[in-house]
Design a protein around this ligand. Sequence first.
Ligand SMILES: *[C@@H]1O[C@H](CO)[C@@H](O)[C@H](O)[C@H]1NC(C)=O
Ligand SMILES: *[C@@H]1O[C@H](CO)[C@@H](O)[C@H](O)[C@H]1NC(C)=O
Ligand SMILES: *[C@@H]1O[C@H](CO)[C@@H](O)[C@H](O)[C@H]1NC(C)=O
Ligand SMILES: *[C@@H]1O[C@H](CO)[C@@H](O)[C@H](O)[C@H]1NC(C)=O
Ligand SMILES: *[C@@H]1O[C@H](CO)[C@@H](O)[C@H](O)[C@H]1NC(C)=O
Ligand SMILES: *[C@@H]1O[C@H](CO)[C@@H](O)[C@H](O)[C@H]1NC(C)=O
Ligand SMILES: *[C@@H]1O[C@H](CO)[C@@H](O)[C@H](O)[C@H]1NC(C)=O
Ligand SMILES: *[C@@H]1O[C@H](CO)[C@@H](O)[C@H](O)[C@H]1NC(C)=O
Ligand SMILES: *[C@@H]1O[C@H](CO)[C@@H](O)[C@H](O)[C@H]1NC(C)=O
Ligand SMILES: *[C@@H]1O[C@H](CO)[C@@H](O)[C@H](O)[C@H]1NC(C)=O
Ligand SMILES: *[C@@H]1O[C@H](CO)[C@@H](O)[C@H](O)[C@H]1NC(C)=O
Ligand SMILES: *[C@@H]1O[C@H](CO)[C@@H](O)[C@H](O)[C@H]1NC(C)=O
Length: 838
Amino acid sequence: MGFPPISSLSFILFLFHFHSTISSSHLCAPDQSLSLLQFKESFSINSSASELCHHPKTESWKEGTDCCLWDGVTCDPKTGHVTGLDLACSMLYGTLHPNSTLFSLHHLQKLDLSDNDFKSSRISSRFGQLSNLTHLNLNCSVFAGQVPSEISQLSKLVSLDLSDNEDPSLEPISFDKLVRNLTKLRELDLSEVNMSLVTPNSLMNLSSSLSSLSLLDCGLQGKFPGNIFLLPNLKSLDLSYNKGLTGTFPSSNLSNVLSLLGLSNTRISVYLENDLISNLKSLEYMSLRNCNIIRLDLVSLGNLTQLTSLDLSSNNFSGQIPSSLGNLVNLSNLDLSNNQLVGPIHSQLNTLSNLKYLYLSNNLFDGTIPSFLFALPYLQYLDLHDNNLIGNISELQHDLLRLLDLSNNHLHGSIPSSIFKQEQLTALILASNSKLTGEISSSICKLRFLQVLDLSNNNFSGSMPLCLGNFSNMLSVLHLGMNNLQGTIPSTFSNDNSLEYLNLNGNELEGKISPSIINCTMLEFLHLGNNKIEDTFPCFLETLPQLEILVLKSNKLQGFVKGPIAYNSFSKLRIFDISDNNFSGPLPTGYFNSLEAMMTSDQNLIYMEAGNYYSYFYSIEMTWKGVKTKFMKIQSTIRVLDLSNNNFKGEIPKVIGKLKALHQLNLSHNSLTGHIQSSLENLTNLESLDLSSNLLTGGIPTQLGGLTFLAILNLSHNQLEGPIPSGEQFNTFDASSFEGNLGLCGFQVPKKCYGDEAPSLLPPSFDEGDDSTLFGEGFGWKVVAMGYGCGFVFGVATGYIVFRTKKPSWFLRMVEDKWNLKNRKTKKNAGRYGARRN
Ligand SMILES: *[C@@H]1O[C@H](CO)[C@@H](O)[C@H](O)[C@H]1NC(C)=O
Ligand SMILES: *[C@@H]1O[C@H](CO)[C@@H](O)[C@H](O)[C@H]1NC(C)=O
Ligand SMILES: *[C@@H]1O[C@H](CO)[C@@H](O)[C@H](O)[C@H]1NC(C)=O
Ligand SMILES: *[C@@H]1O[C@H](CO)[C@@H](O)[C@H](O)[C@H]1NC(C)=O
Ligand SMILES: *[C@@H]1O[C@H](CO)[C@@H](O)[C@H](O)[C@H]1NC(C)=O
Ligand SMILES: *[C@@H]1O[C@H](CO)[C@@H](O)[C@H](O)[C@H]1NC(C)=O
Ligand SMILES: *[C@@H]1O[C@H](CO)[C@@H](O)[C@H](O)[C@H]1NC(C)=O
Ligand SMILES: *[C@@H]1O[C@H](CO)[C@@H](O)[C@H](O)[C@H]1NC(C)=O
Ligand SMILES: *[C@@H]1O[C@H](CO)[C@@H](O)[C@H](O)[C@H]1NC(C)=O
Ligand SMILES: *[C@@H]1O[C@H](CO)[C@@H](O)[C@H](O)[C@H]1NC(C)=O
Ligand SMILES: *[C@@H]1O[C@H](CO)[C@@H](O)[C@H](O)[C@H]1NC(C)=O
Ligand SMILES: *[C@@H]1O[C@H](CO)[C@@H](O)[C@H](O)[C@H]1NC(C)=O
């Protein structure tokens, strides 16, 4: 058949030609390309896997294209070997197995896998085979387990960063090897690696090239390794959050190139006086928050003129702000919060024209806020909360503010209009000044980036700007409680809002509760109490999936509380307070069946808070064990049901016994009838039980004596009869618990029981809620001697610390950022991070 036709031959030639062009222009070696693609395939892309930035670089990796041109990939221009892989923030999600093809990229010199989520993968010993690595960055990527000693084979490493993972641990022997072999190391960051067994002294043997050492929160124990300054090039040293570090910071023989020093939250003693300060001339960042400053020479402090960041917070300093601080003209961050500083805020500070962050909260400053503060040209964060400042808030001269917190002072006057021009403002907190007045201008809705707006406990009047329902879809906290606001609740909550905390308590609001609130699907806290709202029970709220606290007390709500209408209604509610309204009909038994959070105790001792960036702690005022109490923080364990002061009728249903986690149950001042429900004996966490001022009949069930945490019992003003059970828990309650029940007898009340009371003579008379067992088991006058609680409460009460921090957690981060320290991946370590806040 002869030769193929000429056209197909040229086609083959063309193909051959084409192929050779590709291979010559393809730098990337095919095996490397394959390895990368297999690596890519072993992870999913998940936007919550990265926090700081989001660059899904592997998405550009396509088979058949030159891998040297892929995002994040660098090749040697001569050999085509992959020498650099930068996959920081690439949203990678999945396990990094030891058999990963990553480890066949032998020519790698720089590898950055930071800010991904490797799901608690171990740091594989095979990293040790990438022997040409000079840079290895695994920070903030959810690695766990032991740091393999094979890392010490990477003797060319210049930079090693294993920080901010899930507490991987580093054995002393591995650290020793690392110290001995990594002789080129210039940057070492092992923050949050558990080094509790490593002796601080071994740090001195680190490479003499070392210029930056960050060992935050590594569990280091023992004396500060003073000889660390034998490392001649050390510029940056951060040992913060090693609470076990003691000893004294040396005041001589320091490396005179030190520019960053972090000793926050350690127990290292610092004599901050001339000797030391004269050795710290090049210092730019100094963080001595909550450490052991033994002496502070304020005059010399002013010699550190290179400082751009100074944190001396939480050190119990007293006296006035030292005027020498005015010399530190390069300061961009000054934090003196949580001390005992007094007097006016000095005008000496007006030389600090580079300030971006100024934190003076929790001191004893008085006088007015000096107007130069509001004229600082770069100021972004101004936090003066919890002082004794008086006077007006002056107009701001610039518009760069991101945070303004002036709460808990004695300021008066109205909100200056220049605040509404601060377009970057994310938090405006003017709470608890009592004297701030005027209307809340609808201009506030220009602040489109606002996340926290707290104007509570002031004297603001007028109506709520209607736009507040939907002006910023980032708003997570809206607290306008305890003012004199009138009009209606905005009906404009749109479905893209992020409200978590809505508090309009204690105003003069009228009208109905807007159904548009159900658009706030992230709402956890809703307090509309102490207003003049006239409505029926807003059962639509039951569909709010995250709602944990609902308070509607002291309004003009009425009608039956029927429900639930939906599945999972109010299933997360921890506090449900509809007291002091006009509700009628039977108790809302249907809801009792769905209040799931009240059925299970929560052992997690965390404080309820809102916001991604700001730690805004929920606070609430309520009657706690008979006393009106303001909780500055709310522990997530708390469970309260308050239906008192309404017009509920009928019997207490048996299902109430399901709400086992309740700490406080108040059904007082209603028209409840029947016996005291025996299932109440199952509410073993109860600390306060108030059934007073109802129409309850029958005897007091002895079983109530088994409620060993019960500190408050109020059964007064009913129609109860028979003997008050004896038993130690009962003996702790006095007459006021029982008064107004003419049929009761016992030593607490005027009527004594006949003889030595033989309780069994009394007819069993309390309600089992189920006729067949009405007189059945479970009833008897058994003496309750076990677990005498003396009204003492542990768990719940001990946790309430009246303490207020509104410093955003990201402030710390940001300062740390500026220090080139690390961000804390909150998704892993929220609790730990929380512990970092003072
Ligand atoms: C995405 O990552 C988060 C945690 O980072 C995880 O909880 C979630 O299940 C992941 N989603 C998918 C689809 O893998
Ligand atoms: C790598 O190892 C993991 C777990 O041992 C296994 O599930 C996976 O299939 C392996 N992958 C390859 C490519 O061998
Ligand atoms: C490692 O680096 C050395 C020196 O630059 C080079 O000769 C060697 O080929 C590299 N090894 C690999 C596996 O790339
Ligand atoms: C130190 O590095 C060399 C060269 O990379 C390596 O051969 C040796 O095993 C390493 N030693 C330790 C203790 O890791
Ligand atoms: C660190 O390791 C020590 C010793 O292995 C251990 O006792 C300690 O609990 C660990 N610390 C943390 C925070 O995991
Ligand atoms: C530092 O290294 C020297 C020499 O290798 C060794 O003798 C010494 O014990 C090491 N010091 C510490 C604290 O590890
Ligand atoms: C500082 O160095 C000198 C000379 O090297 C030495 O004599 C002195 O003891 C050192 N001081 C301290 C506090 O280590
Ligand atoms: C620091 O400042 C004080 C007063 O301003 C001065 O007396 C002292 O000599 C200075 N110290 C150094 C080391 O410059
Ligand atoms: C701060 O000072 C007060 C009174 O001077 C003292 O009671 C308190 O213990 C100090 N706090 C700290 C952390 O040193
Ligand atoms: C929820 O918001 C959307 C617009 O965002 C609005 O159209 C709708 O009416 C709102 N729902 C209610 C119940 O108001
Ligand atoms: C108390 O709880 C137990 C266990 O859940 C249950 O069996 C019992 O019936 C309950 N008692 C009453 C009176 O409801
Ligand atoms: C990880 O390290 C890189 C390089 O040092 C740094 O830029 C980045 O901010 C760090 N990321 C985190 C999450 O700490």
